[in-house]
Design a protein around this ligand. Sequence first.
Ligand SMILES: Nc1ncnc2c1ncn2[C@@H]1O[C@H](COP(=O)(O)OP(=O)(O)OP(=O)(O)O)[C@@H](O)[C@H]1O
Length: 290
Amino acid sequence: MTYNIKAQNVSVFYKDFKALDDISVSLEGNKIIGMIGRNGAGKTTFLSLLAAFRDVSRGVLEANQEKIFENPKVMQDVFLVYDSNNKDLDYTVQSMLDHVKKFRPYYDEEYAMHLVERFKLPLKKSVKKLSKGMQSAVNAAIGLASRAPVTIFDEVYLGMDAPTRSIFYKELLEDQTNHPRMIILSTHLVSEMDHLFDEIVIIDQGELLLHEDYDTLINRGVEITGAAESVDHFVNGKEILNEEKLGGTKAVMVYETLTEQEQAEARQQGLDLQPISLQDLFIHLTGGES
Ligand SMILES: Nc1ncnc2c1ncn2[C@@H]1O[C@H](COP(=O)(O)OP(=O)(O)OP(=O)(O)O)[C@@H](O)[C@H]1O
């Protein structure tokens, strides 16, 4: 089952605070979508709408042309895995997996056991007694093994060490290839996770800043370095994201796809052109380091 999610002019208010402001976006097909945004931008609020944890205050939110909120079919197919606080849960890892199996129709027990091994999870231990990183690994395993057509991981890596995160990324990529589905990853680890993304959504202060194919977005950012005067002349009229000057040399990040002719001209003038990482684009498109 392939899902298309469509938000039209969606807003969410917490009392009189507008957490999401008139968001319109279409998420389509079996892609891995990176959702990024600064703290408090509204990512979790948006993702909780997709999982029907709450309803929109204004606008329309649909999955395959059906309203999401209070829709049992969609709720079964959309799984939001988040950094849950398990400290009051008196379940063992095994009983938690058994519990999930009952509610998730695409759950694959064999794959769950493979993940238990990969993450070295102790099946008989109480979840609340696991370390933070291991609890996150349990959540990651549950999310992957459930194979929900729309699987959402909201900062699910918290507390995981680097090798465990690496296992998570590898498993996610491999399992999405073998069992294509829409996976949405909300993260602050932009540079570490950017290799996973087919598409990027950036939410900024409750608004949709952009939704782009990863390659298109990356091609739009370029850093031009060279003699300050030549750089200034070249970037004149272009959208500048950031400038840094060191002596007579200048490095300027622009947000624009350069034509082949422009690239050739730049090189003729002795300018160096380098792509900008998603992390740098994100930092500068959302207001830099201020
Ligand atoms: N239940 C709530 N009541 C009131 N305000 C809330 C509530 N939940 C979230 N907010 C506010 O809505 C805004 C968006 O919060 P949200 O958790 O969606 O952001 P986020 O992008 O997920 O942030 P972070 O990256 O820090 O986790 C924030 O200003 C937050 O304080």
